[in-house]
Design a protein around this ligand. Sequence first.
Ligand SMILES: [Ca+2]
Ligand SMILES: [Ca+2]
Ligand SMILES: [Ca+2]
Ligand SMILES: [Ca+2]
Length: 393
Amino acid sequence: MRRTAILSALVVAMLGMASIASAVTATIDMNILTPTNVAQALVGPGVTISNVTFTGDPAQGGTFTADPGTIGFDTGVVLSSGNIADTIGPNTSDNTTTDFGGVGDGDLTTLSGFPTLDAAVLEFDFTPDADTVFFRYVFSSEEYNEYVNSEFNDTFAFFVNGTNCAFIDDGVGLVPITINTINNGNPFGDAGSATNPALYRNNDLDDGGGAIATEMDGLTIVLTCMAPVISGEANTMKLAIADASDGVLDSAVFLEEGSLSTTPPDDAGKVTGGGRIDAEDGAITFGTTVIGDEQGLRGNLQMNDHKTGDRLHGYSVDSLSVVDNTATWTGSAKWNGEDGYSFEITVVDNRNGNSAKKGAPDTIDVTVTDGGGAVIWSTDGVQDLKKGNIKIH
Ligand SMILES: [Ca+2]
Ligand SMILES: [Ca+2]
Ligand SMILES: [Ca+2]
Ligand SMILES: [Ca+2]
């Protein structure tokens, strides 16, 4: 199917002159800003960046400001498969488009399941001061709602060291965020074809929308990327968005200013911490984060047994129980880089910091099982933290 949007683009251009009032109020693209200016706007506590590059038309990336309540945060970076100036509200068209005739992105094509075009890609190296990074974002598109569950499955991704952190856990697996994985069905409101509607905000003029003061016809709620990283070393970041199947009907992703950080977002933290549980020569060190929000439970648990050389990377959280100062959770894990393992961890947050003056030490108890349920590694029961701190929020 070939779609055109020339007429509506003209209408938008005319209406746009009279409607610079509320909403996503302004954008500044890379005809003015450098890629480093744009990437730097993302940086928050605990992170430094370098080696910034941008691929795409300069009008496809930059910064934005918005009125409170429009996007969910008021300033930040925006990347688009069209012109970022066309994210400015109000919503005046069902199919706002800039078709740059640009190339797609191979990684996004894999995620979309359809060929991609007009890719905008911002890449940089970053050095974090801890082993997990976070940032907050909102995906939006003109493909909503009329092209939900079609081949026009515009896609974006945030690749941290090559792994996409823009996903939701649907209970079966990790699903990348696209038009077809977050929506309220097609036709709009059809429960049988809706996917993750609790994460979706309708703004389509044909479906009772338009109150959200941006041109975009549909948006996700504010979502959080959480990714394991290597502390103190250069890690890679690739932020990318593209059209799918043709170059029309823009999709845009908004990223919150200053949110690329090693500190979890205020309202998302459940359990954070790290340290060592062995004072003897050789040590078991660990770092962990569990967050719970509208996207569900997610977590990162990294343990290194320096005596045996074994490494655990827990990458999901399947259950979490927090009672007073004790948290227990289970999840799926890689063991020495190999998938197919599970873990259970219980931590007790007895004090803030690791000074003995502040009371009994925090404790940790970890068990790792293989696919057959056999225990292959553990901390040998409850262990005191010898260094570090666990915080249950
Ligand atoms: Ca639309
Ligand atoms: Ca386009
Ligand atoms: Ca629109
Ligand atoms: Ca599109």
